[in-house]
Design a protein around this ligand. Structure first.
Ligand code: C5P
Length: 290
């Protein structure tokens, strides 16, 4: 059978605020999300025996029902009543794992998009996003990407004007923090500051990169355990090399800096590579047309 290839693009949070704890155990979010060019490669080959397999080039990632790609395929076949179909999913990982860059969610979204194409597009974009929300909170954004405001669990999306052209240097320190653990930390602490989301939206509307960079903010930075030192160190290096702004994305631990100069971005990357193994360059990406 024909192989379908999908790029699974990573996301960064330009801002991340948590506005309430909900009855269902989740939290209400207010986030400005941005798709970037760093991506995993996802390949799909349909099978006619109802079996789903997942293979990745990272040996420590689970390839069974714990993998979001596997969950996405199961959800798609159930929702479209094609339980006799199966799929072999092969994922080449480039997005760092446990980084707050939505790597697993991007893979899940790529599986949903690819399967939809493979079987003749029975679902439109909105239906695909609704299905995505049942698999994970960040997956609806990854279906379409671009620049968007995400509310509710993260699944209520409003498209925003694009982030102005820039270069982004991303560094993943060695430590990782589990997402549920960091949400629990938030619940124990009174948040002292919140990101200026209206100001961020205004800067995007005006196409002002410096205005966006001044308003980067993430409430999870304030509840990090001692490993916060690494985040501060990466930010210090990025700032020293001319970043207009820097932030930890999602629940971390990746930290990024935004540059208006390619040369400065390359210099920052080279400097970070002396100390950290996982350092990447990326550019913003627009929304996909489905
Ligand atoms: O939806 P997803 O499986 O990505 O969420 C992972 C975990 O993150 C949830 O089990 C929950 O602990 C936490 N979460 C939350 N509020 C959100 C999104 C995620 O508390 N809006």
């Amino acid at each position: 059978m024909r192989e379908i290839r999908e790029k699974a693009l990573a996301k960064l949070n330009l801002s991340l605020d948590v506005t309430a704890r909900r009855e269902d155990g989740y939290h209400d979010m207010l986030m400005v999300m941005q798709t970037v060019s760093l991506c995993d490669d996802v390949r799909l080959r349909l099978r006619s025996d109802g079996v789903i397999t997942v293979a990745t080039d990272l040996r420590y990632l689970p390839c069974d029902e714990r993998n979001i790609a596997w969950k996405a395929a199961t959800a798609f076949f159930a929702a479209t009543d094609r339980k006799n179909l199966g799929v072999d999913i092969t994922i080449k990982k480039h997005i760092p794992v446990c980084a707050g860059m939505g790597g697993g969610s991007a893979d899940g979204a790529a599986v949903l998009r690819g399967l939809n194409t493979a079987v003749g597009a029975p679902m439109n974009a909105m239906q695909l996003e609704e299905l995505a929300a049942t698999v994970g909170s960040d997956i609806p954004f990854c279906i379409r990407g671009g620049t968007a405001l995400a509310e509710g669990r993260g699944e209520i999306l409003t498209a925003l004007p694009p982030l102005p052209d820039c270069h982004i240097v991303i560094c993943k320190p060695r430590f990782s923090v589990s997402t549920p653990v960091l949400f629990a930390e938030l619940d124990k602490n009174e948040l002292r500051t919140h990101p200026d989301t209206p100001g961020m939206l205004d800067a995007l509307q005006k196409g002002e990169l410096t205005g966006v960079c001044r308003r980067l903010g993430n409430v999870f930075e304030d509840v990090l355990p001692t490993s916060r030192d690494d985040v501060d160190e990466v930010k210090r290096i990025l700032t020293e090399h001319g970043a207009l702004g820097c932030l930890m994305t999602g629940t971390g631990s990746a930290v990024y800096g935004i540059f208006d100069s390619t040369v400065k971005a390359f210099e920052a990357k080279a400097r970070l590579l002396r100390r950290y193994r996982e350092v990447f360059m990326a550019v913003p990406r627009a929304a996909l047309s489905l």
